[in-house]
Design a protein around this ligand. Structure first.
Ligand code: HEC
Ligand code: HEC
Length: 198
């Protein structure tokens, strides 16, 4: 009479193992689904496409976290030892506007736009991750006292910003079309200008 019981017990163990295996498979699938959802949420965060524009060399070259403007797509230090000076417009003997005029110079290739100068140190962005970039941008103590609508307006219409889409010479314009950038800004603003959590 012992045999059937132990056979039943064996069955029970087998069934339990099978259930456990199915359970593990389901958990694994759920984990993977969760991971995919999380990854997707991260790439589609409303600030992500804006960060991509801010990181473009056409923008970043003027927004360093030190005293040197940068040049080119590799963002090398500006030739001729150019520095920001006290007012972000260059040192006494090398003012930005001595070379950079109100428009791109077709002959020399020197880029230009009205009031060409370096973004103040508090508006330096290079090396910041999306979270820090977003928080810096929104911080009125760093962004020139701009409210959210003013910030969006600046990125929509400021002449130094717009230069990024018409940079002259052999320079690549910002990759995202400007109209798309404006839509992305509006969507981010409408969502309450959230910053990524990491
Ligand atoms: C020629 C240099 C130059 C270029 C190129 C440039 N900026 Fe700026 N940017 C500045 C200066 C200078 C200021 C400060 C203006 C002020 O406060 O009046 C500024 C301020 C800003 C601000 C507001 C302050 C802040 O940091 O939140 C934003 C946003 C901004 N720029 C975005 C951009 C974007 C986007 C691009 C590229 C498409 C760009 N800039 C390209 C010089 C530049
Ligand atoms: C003596 C002339 C001269 C002065 C002064 C000067 N620049 Fe330039 N700058 C140039 C030239 C020339 C180029 C173009 C180099 C090239 O395209 O190879 C250039 C390129 C740049 C670029 C590169 C744009 C890009 O995205 O590739 C930035 C940004 C810039 N200058 C900012 C400044 C700022 C800010 C100042 C003042 C603090 C300044 N420059 C002062 C001559 C000057």
């Amino acid at each position: 009479m012992g045999m059937p019981i132990s056979r039943n017990a064996g069955m029970a163990v087998a069934v339990a193992l099978a259930i456990a295996a199915i359970g593990a498979a389901i958990t694994q699938q759920a984990d993977r689904a969760g991971f995919v959802t999380a990854a997707k949420a991260e790439t589609s965060h409303p600030f992500a496409p804006i960060a991509a524009v801010l990181r473009h060399p056409r923008c970043m070259n003027c927004h360093p976290r030190d005293d040197r403007p940068r040049q080119g797509d590799d963002r090398h230090v500006h030739q001729m030892n150019i520095v920001r000076g006290e007012d972000d417009m260059g040192f006494v003997n090398a003012r930005c506007t001595a070379c950079h005029r109100d428009e791109n110079n077709k002959h020399s290739g020197v880029p230009g736009a009205p009031n060409w100068h370096l973004a103040p140190l508090s508006m330096g962005w290079n090396g910041l991750d999306d979270k820090a970039l977003c928080e810096t941008l929104l911080d009125t103590a760093k962004n020139g006292g701009r409210t959210l609508p003013q910030l969006v307006a600046h990125m929509t219409a400021d002449q130094l910003v717009l230069w990024g889409w018409a940079p002259g010479g052999k320079r690549e314009p910002v990759t995202t079309p400007h109209a798309d950038f404006v839509s992305q800004l509006k969507a981010w603003e409408a969502a309450g200008a959230p910053c990524p959590q990491s």
